[in-house]
Design a protein around this ligand. Structure first.
Ligand SMILES: [Zn+2]
Ligand SMILES: [Zn+2]
Length: 640
């Protein structure tokens, strides 16, 4: 009895082939298993019927933890007389590309144990990995997922590593990034003036952080800038150097017990913190453990656990239990990932800790938050990307997203592949990154033809213009989607329903009537799309300035009910601080009132974001926005 099996899903780079080998060995199955060029796996099996049945049963039910079998095609074929079971070389193939490589996975328990075992040959070696853990998406250039298609090809395996790699019963069997002190990448520590520090780089870095230094650290998906999160002085210094007045920093805390001294953690949050994704999780602060400047004016702080060998080793040597670990970038720029580029940030740091493995795909830490025990993803990046999302209909396309906090997605047949976090696409550097991401995903997914290019209907977004241009070049239809219709459409998918009435609570999006939308009740379903209702339009004086100075929204909002003199009187009485915090103080305030009265440079909006800004300013919580969402976030913290 013989079968040819085709397995789709997350089945490459997750120890799937060794698993198949082991069960074949167990049930005396003959044949082969191999990776296909499209990220699927092909298995040929022959053997006694009851054994083949047992094999199939194990295949379906006992796959390794990171593997995800989405589709299993079984075809009965003629026996070919194989003598044994083999793991064959990957075929380049021209398959349909329906599968995808796994995301980057935090170091596993087994590797962690070896990392701190003085008898292990990878004792304190930060690049330790196995088939169950380690970098994946961040190091891959193209499929199939083999060492030569990743940045690990720069590091030929030593004899011992190769033996493990070739032994089907070893945990490192075909662990593509496997390596050791002898053959793998290594860390080096540099001073500001480019001198290499002779002492142990990780041990020294830990000591320097304890002493209050600020250090750029190369990790899995890019560089972080790190310092001691319990040292107020150094955290404030970091703010000065980065030009980040108020925006909260994410921190990495050495273990869960320590997190519980800093923040409240419920069971769902605990599971997520410890998951292989290790996202930054927004938690409610507790006690006075951390430097106040880590997340000033907020009741929450973004915390993650260590996820790479280097992090564990640093905490092993360090006396500080918590580091600021913020992406290495100046505001609104992409995180630095290349060794040459980090020197461009030398003014912000005292030392640079880098390694010599290339990061192919930049990938920021993911950010999640729990609301009523349910996970909400704020930034979907490391640990999630490039896993696809299933969709009930089929086409091939690219969606380019909006302007801020952008990510793009490629749609192939019934799957949506969201890119990693791209950022603020009003910046040229970020648009370059966006193009890189499209090219990379294109290569991995082997996309050839597109049916559709989808853009935000905003007339001026860089992303929308890029999409329109691209569509013209390859002669494909463009679909322009209203910003909030798109938001609500995602809810259809998330809730697996065909019809929905959704509420979009948002900052700004270009409305189909040319006004600025952001507080919308929208129907989406078999009758198409309809805007049922929205926050009453109110005037927003001064265009973009309104998002930086919440008093502008407040004055606009009040003008729905009050005249110019009444607004002046009210605001002088209730929130004089907001007036004096304007760049030109009272004079500017007068101009704002005239702008509203005469409708000069005033747009109409239904934005919830600006509405919350207005309240934040009225209550004296926040007069000036220094980062996206600040007035509303501080208002929430103030209310709780
Ligand atoms: Zn491992
Ligand atoms: Zn080695």
């Amino acid at each position: 009895m013989a079968y040819l099996l085709k397995v789709d899903g997350v089945v490459q780079g997750v120890g799937f082939r060794p698993f198949v080998y082991r069960i074949a060995y167990k049930y005396e199955i003959r044949g082969y298993v191999k990776n296909l060029g499209d990220a699927g796996v092909e298995i040929f099996v022959e053997g006694r019927k009851e054994n083949v049945d047992k094999f199939l049963n194990s295949l379906k039910n006992e796959a390794p933890p990171l593997a995800k079998v989405e589709n299993l095609k079984i075809e009965e074929v003629n026996s070919r007389g194989y003598k044994d079971f083999r793991i064959e070389k990957s075929s380049m193939g021209n398959g349909a590309g329906d599968s995808i490589i796994p995301p980057d996975v935090a170091i596993c328990e087994d590797c962690l144990h070896e990392l701190f075992d003085p008898k292990d040959r990878r004792y304190l070696y930060p690049f330790i990995v196995c088939t169950n853990c380690g970098p994946r998406f961040s190091i891959i250039e193209s499929l199939p997922y083999d060492r030569e298609n990743t940045s690990m090809r720069d590091f030929p395996m030593c004899e011992l590593c190769r033996e493990e790699y070739e032994d089907p019963l070893n945990r490192r069997y075909h662990a593509e990034p496997t390596c050791c002190e002898k053959c793998g990448p290594r860390y080096e520590l540099y001073t500001k003036d480019g001198r290499r520090v002779e002492e142990d780089p990780l041990k020294t870095t830990a000591r320097l952080i304890d002493e209050g230094k600020i250090i750029a650290i190369k990790g899995i998906g890019g560089f972080h800038i790190a310092c001691d999160a319990t040292n107020e002085e150094v955290v404030r210094e970091l703010r000065n150097r980065l030009g980040r007045e108020q925006q909260p920093f994410a921190i990495m805390v050495k273990d869960l017990d320590t997190i519980k001294n800093i923040a409240y953690v419920n069971p769902e949050e605990e599971v997520e913190l410890k998951s292989y994704r290790r996202p930054i999780t927004l938690l409610r602060k507790k006690g006075k453990f951390l430097a106040e400047s880590v997340a000033p004016g907020l009741h929450t702080v973004g915390i993650m656990l260590p996820y790479a060998g280097v992090h564990y080793i640093l905490f092993h040597y360090s006396s500080s239990p918590a580091y600021v670990m913020t992406s290495a970038n100046y505001p609104d720029m992409p995180m630095v990932k290349d060794n040459e580029k980090i020197w461009g940030m030398i003014d912000a740091v005292d030392y640079i800790l880098l390694h010599n493995r290339r990061i192919v795909n930049r990938i920021d830490d993911s950010v999640v938050r729990f609301v009523d025990g349910k996970r909400a993803i704020i930034r979907r990046s490391r640990g999630f990307v490039p896993l696809p999302i299933e969709m009930p209909f089929s086409y091939n396309g690219i969606a380019l997203g909006a302007e801020l906090m952008n990510s793009i997605s490629l749609v192939k047949k019934r799957k949506i592949y969201l890119s990693q976090y791209i950022g603020n696409t009003s910046k040229i550097d970020v648009m370059d990154f966006l193009q890189e991401a499209i090219e990379r995903f294109n290569k991995i997914l082997k996309m050839k033809d597109f049916d559709l290019i989808i853009v935000d209907s905003h007339p001026l977004y860089n992303t929308s213009n890029f999409g329109r241009k691209m569509a013209k070049e390859i002669d494909v239809e463009v679909l322009e989607v209203q910003h909030h219709y798109a938001h609500i459409a995602t809810l259809l998918l998330e809730n697996k329903v065909k019809e929905i009435v959704g509420i979009a609570v948002d900052g700004v999006g270009y409305g189909s009537d040319g006004k600025i939308w952001g507080g919308e009740i929208i129907y989406l379903g078999k009758d198409g799309v309809r805007r049922y209702s929205h926050i009453t339009y109110y005037p927003l004086p001064g265009g973009d300035l309104a998002s930086y100075y919440p008093i502008r929204s407040l004055a606009g909002l009040l003008s729905l009910e009050y005249g110019e003199d009444e607004i002046r009187e009210l605001l002088y009485k209730f929130t004089p601080g907001a007036i004096s915090s304007l760049k030109y103080g009272e004079r500017e305030f007068d101009i704002i009132l005239q702008q509203i009265a005469k409708r000069i440079n005033v747009s109409e909006t239904s934005s919830t974001g600006r509405f919350l800004d207005a309240i934040s300013s009225l209550l004296g919580v926040c007069y000036r926005r220094t980062y996206e969402g600040e007035p509303a976030m501080k208002l929430e913290s103030f209310a709780l």
